[in-house]
Design a protein around this ligand. Structure first.
Ligand code: TPP
Ligand code: MG
Length: 342
């Protein structure tokens, strides 16, 4: 069945607003530790997860809360888990990176690349006990350099496992750009293991839905795994409060504090040749320029308003839908917080 853009947008908006609640709780100091959100990857998560059925499984990374929400896990349980409450999804012991739902066959892990073996395990179980079911692994581009992910892709290929490997490619792994640490082409890497690879614009929920639909159908009908690479932009950077994002958002204010001392130190560098000093200055200039061109500065990369723009022809329906979602999410937040012991 072709996708309904209204329902996909509803999932994306719900996910965005839910993560905004998480961000507020984190900024208010009610959630401790690091906080990785999936802000910017909503079209990928909604486009894939909307197609899962009972018996399908998900292996998630450190940004797993939106997938669980969209899969139907009780959002109050997710929030209470993050707040560290004993009645949270995992007894308050897992935090935002280790969320599990046995009922939904969903498991997340903060170990980069662990989604591969987990999804392969789910898929082997499906092959034996629930043919037609599939497993989805969501991971980042950085995870593609983890051995265990490559090993599980290889296993999925030779054992023809029903897995959809979804690589959410934002071009970064914390402060390292993929371009500086990833050899070759990721699609070719998957193909080299015998897995068909498809690439889509991860800001386009229709494109993701269509590519995932074909891959999930392949897996359900016993034709094995697919690798789906979807380009996206993480608007919060690696985690909430990420320093590089502050620079990317407001380079004119933040850059002088970094660029000026670096420039001075290159000029004063004792023992360095003029050529070395110039090379250092060029590096500083290049990073300033790349900050100005950072895709995280450009709202055009945000999948939520992009999808919304296609629905503006019916403003009344849009407003009603958005009001309802806003109310639902704020009710969830109020309920989750109401019983938090002071
Ligand atoms: C095995 C392992 N190595 C390193 C880390 C530290 N770490 C956490 S997230 C991350 C970057 C992951 O990049 P990517 O897979 O592209 O995901 P993104 O954060 O960009 O969504 C790293 C290196 C980890 N959690 N696990
Ligand atoms: Mg990444």
């Amino acid at each position: 069945m072709p996708p309904d853009l209204w329902s996909l947008y509803a999932l994306m908006l719900k996910s965005r607003l839910f993560e905004e609640v998480i961000a507020k709780l984190w900024h208010d100091g009610l959630i401790s530790g690091e906080m990785h959100l999936g802000t910017g990857e909503e079209a990928i998560i909604a486009g894939v997860v909307a197609q899962l059925r009972e018996g399908d499984a998900m292996a998630l990374d450190h940004r797993g809360s939106a997938a669980l929400l969209i899969r139907g896990v009780d959002p109050v349980l997710i929030l209470r888990e993050m707040l560290g409450c004993p009645d949270g999804l995992c007894g308050g012991m897992g935090g935002h990176m280790h969320l599990f739902s046995k009922e939904h066959l969903a498991a997340s892990s903060g170990i980069v690349g662990a989604e591969g073996p987990t999804a392969a395990g789910f898929a082997i179980a499906a092959q034996y006990s629930n043919p037609g079911a599939v497993a989805v692994a969501f991971f980042g581009d950085g995870a593609m350099n983890q051995g265990m992910l490559m090993e599980s892709m290889n296993l999925a290929s030779v054992w023809n496992l029903p897995v959809l490997f979804v690589c959410k490619d934002d071009g970064w792994a914390i402060t390292t750009q993929s371009a500086n640490m990833t050899g070759g082409n990721l699609n070719e890497r998957a193909r080299g293991l015998g897995i068909p690879a498809v690439e889509v614009d991860g800001r386009d929920v229709f494109a993701v839905w269509a590519a995932a639909n074909a891959a999930i159908e392949r897996a359900r009908s016993g034709q094995g795994p697919t690798f789906l690479k979807a380009r996206c932009v993480h608007f919060e950077g690696h985690f909430l409060g990420f320093q590089l994002i502050r620079i990317a958002r407001d380079p004119l204010r933040e850059m002088p504090d970094i660029a000026l001392p670096l420039t001075k130190s290159f000029l004063r560098l004792t023992g360095a040749t003029m050529r070395e000093r110039i090379a250092g200055l060029k590096t500083v200039m290049a990073s300033v320029l790349s900050t100005l061109r950072d895709p995280r500065r450009d709202p055009i990369n945000d999948p939520v308003p992009r999808t919304r723009a296609s629905l503006q022809s019916d403003p009344e329906r849009l407003r009603a839908l958005e009001d309802q979602i806003e109310k639902d999410v704020s009710d969830v937040a109020a309920y989750a917080l109401a019983e938090v012991p002071s």
